[in-house]
Design a protein around this ligand. Structure first.
Ligand SMILES: [Zn+2]
Length: 187
């Protein structure tokens, strides 16, 4: 069950899926606690550009929930980093569980058959490749570019170069899909 939390930036409520937890490090920096397991007092933040920039402008709003003065310098980069790393973990997990579809023709076919929930795109994928995949995809399939080139994207899942990987709606890919949703919201 997703628990309801209050965003420290906008004071609106949300659940664990839409918010991330922040804690204070001993040196007074904000640490992103994506798994929500770090000890100590935490504050919750919507994974949106709005709430992130609101908080960056008013880091004092963290002082009370964290009971410590913290600096919000580099907070955006930290959030992007943490989610990016989690997306890599998610890629490996999903790959091991067979929840990814690679290879242009196979991916295009699965998109046409509505069996793909999201597409991970290499940063150096050609516009033409992406355009043809988008044409095959349902309009609600999200395409998310990761900071990886084709070689690295393929390597990450133990394959040769991949311009794009399809993510199925399998449960074993839910962690990955969650990070992709978050990355999209921050662009
Ligand atoms: Zn918010």
């Amino acid at each position: 069950m997703a628990r309801e939390r209050t965003c420290v930036a906008c004071r609106q409520k949300g659940d664990d899926d839409s918010l991330i937890r922040l804690v204070a490090s001993p040196s007074g920096d904000v640490v992103v606690d994506l798994r929500g397991r770090l000890p100590g007092r935490g504050a919750w933040l919507h994974v949106t550009n709005d709430c992130l920039s609101r908080l960056t402008k008013r880091p004092d709003s963290l002082r009370r929930p964290l009971r410590a003065p913290v600096s919000s310098d580099g907070l955006r980069e930290q959030v992007m980093d943490a989610i990016g790393r989690a997306a890599m973990d998610g890629l490996s997990l999903a790959s091991a569980a067979g929840a990814l579809v690679g290879g242009h023709d196979a991916l295009e076919r699965e998109l046409t058959c509505h069996r793909i929930a999201a597409v991970v795109v290499a940063e150096d994928a050609s516009d033409r490749t992406i355009a043809s995949l988008k044409e095959a995809a349902d309009p609600d399939v999200s395409f998310v570019v990761l900071p990886l080139d084709r070689d690295a994207l393929g390597h990450n899942v133990g394959r040769g170069p991949r311009a794009a990987l399809g993510v199925t709606s399998s449960r074993s890919a839910s962690h990955l899909r969650q990070q992709l949703r978050r990355l999209r919201q921050l662009r």
